[in-house]
Each structure stands twice: as C-alpha cells, then as structure tokens.
Ligand binder design. Structure first.
Ligand code: SF4
Length: 271
C-alpha cells in the first residue's frame, strides 16, 4: 500500500527540516505556563506528568491554545494540580475552571474519572503508567469513560514515557498524502507505522510532534508543497505533477520529436 517515503526516512527529513519539537509542553516549577523543551535531558516531575494527562483530556476537540487557557484556569483553583486535588475538587468548580477548552462539563467528568483511576493504583503517575505491558495499560486507559485511543496513547507516550505511537487527524492526512494509506482506522494506522519504526519512545514522541508541525506548516488542508521536505517522495505531489504535465501536454522536446515523426510518416512509402 505504501508509495511514499519510508516512515524512518520521513522522520529523518522532518527532523532535519524542523529540528526537535520538545513536545509535550509542561509547566516548569515557578513558570506561569507550559513551555516546549527540545533536547530536554531531565525526567518529568509528578506535577508535569499529571499536567500532561490533564492536557490530553482538555485538548480533545480543542486547539492546544484553548487547552492551555483551560490549564491556566485550573491552576487558578488548584495551583499545583495533582490527582488528589482533582478528585477533591467539586465537579462544577472544575468544569468552570476548564471552560475555555470547550465541552467543559464532560471534560470535568473525564478528569474526575482519570483522577480516580490514578488514585486507585496509587504510587504516582509514573508508577501507574509504567507498570506492566504497554498494551495492558492502554487497555486500562481505553476502559475509562472519555478516554479514546488518541488520548490514551498521548498519556502513555508523553506522561508515562511508554512507546505508544499517537495517531491524530494530522498524521492521517500527512500519511494519506504521502501514500502510506488511504482511510485506515486508528489502530490500522498505528500498527502500520509501528511495524516500520524502531520501538523507541523518544522517536515516537518526536515523530508525532514533527508530523503535527509539518501538517501546520506545509501539509495543510490546502497543501503548500513548494519547499516541502517530503515533496520528492510524496504520492500527492507526484499526482499533482503528473496532472500538471498532462494538462500542459508533452514537453517541448517530446513535442518536437512527435512533429518530426509525423512529418517522416507523411513521406514514408508505406504510409
Ligand atoms: S509534498 Fe505537499 S502533499 Fe506531500 S507531504 Fe509535502 S505538503 Fe503534503
């Protein structure tokens, strides 16, 4: 099914073009808002892991900028969000705090469900998400109300540091244009990519962030293919070039050759 660049080659080209993205943004101690930290060497604190889980819920059907506003709203009522604090916060107050992310009543309930699951496990987010096999933790998260595959994989990959590739609308669009797939289900796209990449959580995290950047910068709804780092191997760009050539007719040299052939054939004894 694949006609585009191999995922590893695409990853290398995107990394060379855009550099490390430092996703997922988290709020450092003393900072007022989340920041991206490319090439971050240190591990995440418990507060940052909780913030990533919360952000993964808040960004559902919402632009990250609105999720970030909702995180700021949450910090106003819970300065250092943790699972116990989220569980103790009245649901209505929580909903009001995360209003800017949209669907805020649902999201407040989802945060409550997630907090209850984390507390039931005990031992902190890292211990919870890091225990057992990745697919077991994924199944557990998927069993929670309001947690779909993209949210579960974001939580596992970015908060838990587990190798669980995240697929989103950007990944589907870029993959379809490159020729990796047509209209795969979430798990089909994830399995397809994972089968072609080394099992490496750093690479998964960076690759996903790079695809998002690429989808915003070049591979938008109306793609801007000029200067695209993946253009040479892109099925969509190739189709566009073929269509352009067909519309323009044969190239000048080919046209001259065809004219010569026609003239010759007119004088050919057997014509
Ligand atoms: S060449 Fe165009 S369609 Fe292909 S990946 Fe780049 S921007 Fe997207």
């Amino acid at each position: 099914m694949s006609r585009g660049p191999a995922p590893r080659a695409a990853y290398r080209r995107l990394l060379a073009a855009y550099g490390p993205q430092g996703w997922w943004p988290t709020t450092r101690p003393g900072a007022a808002r989340p920041s991206y930290e490319p090439r971050r060497a240190r591990g995440l604190s418990e507060a940052e892991r909780v913030e990533i889980c919360v952000g993964a819920i808040l960004t559902q059907n919402a632009a990250w900028t609105n999720a970030e506003k909702a995180l700021a709203g949450l910090r106003r009522v819970l300065p250092r969000p943790d699972w116990a604090g989220l569980a103790a916060l009245p649901e209505g107050r929580l909903a009001g705090a995360v209003r800017s992310s949209g669907y805020f009543r649902q999201k407040a309930r989802k945060l409550k469900v997630l907090a209850a699951a984390a507390l039931a496990r005990g031992g902190g987010t890292r211990a919870w998400l890091g225990a057992g096999r990745v697919e077991e933790r994924r199944a557990e998260l998927l069993g929670l109300w309001g947690v779909g595959p993209e949210t579960a994989d974001s939580i596992l990959l970015y908060a838990g540091g587990r190798p669980s590739f995240v697929i989103d609308a950007y990944t589907r669009r870029v993959g379809a244009r490159l020729g990796w797939w047509r209209a795969p289900s979430y798990d089909e796209a994830r399995d397809w990519l994972v089968a072609r990449l080394p099992r490496d959580r750093e690479l998964y995290a960076e690759f996903h962030a790079l695809v998002v950047r690429h989808a915003k910068e070049h591979c938008r709804v109306r793609p801007d293919c000029g200067g695209c780092p993946l253009r040479r191997a892109c099925a969509h760009a190739r189709r566009g070039a073929d269509a352009g050539r067909a519309a323009a007719g044969p190239a000048p040299r080919a046209r001259r050759r065809a004219v010569r052939r026609r003239r010759k054939s007119r004088h050919h004894p057997r014509s």
